[in-house]
Structures are given as C-alpha cells and as structure tokens.
Design a protein around this ligand. Sequence first.
Ligand code: NAD
Length: 350
Amino acid sequence: MSNPSRLAIVPFVSVDNMMKLVLATGIERFLTELAAYIEDDFRRWEKFDKTPRVASHSHDGVIELMPTSDGQMYGFKYVNGHPKNARTGKQTVTAFGMLADVGSGYPMLLTEMTILTALRTAATSALAARLLARKDARTMAIIGNGAQAEFQAVAFKALLGIDRLRLFDIDRTASEKCAGNLAGMGLDVAICASGQEAVEGADIITTVTADKQYATILTDNMVGAGVHINAVGGDCPGKTELHRDILLRSAIFVEYPPQTRIEGEIQQLPADYRVTELWEVMTGAAPGRTSADEITLFDSVGFAIEDFSALRYVRDRLAETGLYDNLDLLADPDEPRDLFGMLLRAQADG
Ligand code: NAD
C-alpha cells in the first residue's frame, strides 16, 4: 500500500485495526481513557474553533461533516445517519475521520470512525451522567437496542458502576442481540415488553432509537423525580425522542447550544430556552444536579470536539500498538514545486 521511499505517509486505522486496538486495550479501559481525553478537551473548550456540523439532509437521512481545531491540530469526521438502512442490512450510522497538523496542514491520521463514534458517544454520555445522575444510580433503562446500545451499557458500567440494565426495543430480536452480547460482562440484564416496563425502577434512562420523525419514546408520566435522562437518538432536525413536557420539567445540559438547538430535543423549545453547557459543569462554572429530586437531561447530539478527542486518543496509542497501516495519501514531491515532474518520473519508472 505504501512506498517506503516517500516521507508523507499517513497512518491509517482500518476497521480491523480499530477492533484489535479496542480489544487489546479492553473495552472498559478504552472507554475510560477515551472519556478522560474528552473531559480534557471539554475543560479547554474556549480554545477550540466551534461550528455546528455541516449537514446535507435528504429524504432518508443525513450526511454530515464535523470539523474543529484547537489551534495545534485540526480534526473532522464524515458521518451519516440513515434510520432506514437497517432494513437493507446496512448500518444507520457510519463514519471516518482525520486529524491534521495545523502548522503544515498535513494529515496526521486517517481512521475508521463507525466503531469509534459508538465509543465516543457512549463515553460522552457516561461522562455527562457521572456529573449529573444521582451518585447512588445503579439501574439503567436502554430504549433502542441497536448498534449503539451495548457501548452505552459498557461505558455506564465502567464510569458509573451501573450494574443493572432494563432493555426495550420495538424489535425484540435487537434486545436479545444486546443481552446476548453483554452476557458475562457483570451486568444483570432484563428484557422488557414495553418502554413503560423498562423505566420502572431505573435511575438513568437512555433513549437511543433511530426514527426520522418527532417520536415519543418517553412520555411525561414515564419519568419520575430524580431520574437522569441520556437522550442520544434525537440528533437531527425533525428527529426527537422525548415528549416536550419532559423537557419543561428537566434541567437540560447540552454540548454546543448552536448545534443542539437545531438538532437536539430542545428544537421543540423556544430558541432562548435556558440550557447549561456540559463543559461549564466540568470546569465548575455552572452547577450540575442541584437536588436528589431534580430530573436531569443530557440532550446528546454528538459534537466535533468529542471526535477530535477520539482522534487524539487513537493517534496517541499508535506508536505503542503498531495497529495501523501506512497510507500513501499525500503527493509530496522531493522538490515541492515539481508536482508535474513527479508525475512524469512515475511515467518514466513505468
Ligand atoms: P440502529 O438502527 O442500529 O438501532 C436503533 C434501534 O432503535 C433499532 O433496534 C430499532 O428497532 C429501535 N427503535 C426504533 N424505534 C423505536 C421505538 N419507538 N421504541 C423502541 N425502540 C425503537 O441505530 P444506532 O446506530 O444504534 O443509533 C441509534 C440512534 O442514535 C440513531 O438515531 C443515531 O442517529 C443516534 N446517534 C446519536 C449519536 C450522538 O452523539 N448523539 C451518536 C451516534 C448515533
């Protein structure tokens, strides 16, 4: 794949190597270390270039670019969201991403990010819940048991010590797949017949369904005092999961308000409705949960800085693990202005 005589080689992490990296690290350790990278970057939030992601919507889904920079490195992710894909055996969400050196503009890493997105989404959710959920939380309901669900479960176990799960999906085979994958991981898992049954006794409710509509996965009567809601599936204009009345009873925490107001549950609320930014809770600039009875809501949509942190974390693991290929991605002639000559020499070399 690479020509060793060329200097401008970019490390590439394939799906295969990403899986090896996660498994060699251990999923819980990977999630815990990744969460620490995300927290580090959220704590220096003001240093980053921030913009809502650039979305191209179509009838069946969305394709998005998610860029950010801390002035030293620049990262972006390509990601799609196509709820109907599952019907034809495809993933709802796929992604890849890149990290680059701001000084030279040269790419430093190209990587798969479908698995990495599930990991960073779960790590961010668990980080938020560690700040916002009641400290005695042990039981989590997960509504929507598709591709993201197990990652959420393992992240909440690793970061919060959640050890009881209550699963619900409109497709029971998804719940069975989820329970099967989590067997032997130290989690007590129950499959429930309805969302209502799943939330009974749950300290934390994770909604991670995929449907391109204003859905009502949770109604107001399903959410009791003191619950933390981790709302992950509503992440596009016209795609939400919670009844508006729940939002009105909750203290709402978000990643980046200009993006969340377009994409999150709070698209149902007035544009100036009061929300708290998660990074401010991390730095102590804003309070998190203020009482045991409060309902806290993390209105997750996924923000570029989380991907940047994930790219940084993967890059920092490369030298130690060697789990990458060298990618011949960059034309870099010995004489920088002789790009054409490089082409001619390649022709002469046959
Ligand atoms: P998926 O298609 O693999 O799984 C979704 C599951 O939801 C399916 O099993 C489906 O049967 C179930 N479902 C649909 N409607 C339901 C309902 N009314 N009640 C219960 N279950 C229902 O999708 P995925 O990759 O797991 O992603 C789930 C959602 O999370 C998507 O909407 C995706 O866009 C979103 N997501 C958000 C972030 C973020 O950062 N916030 C990151 C990744 C994915």
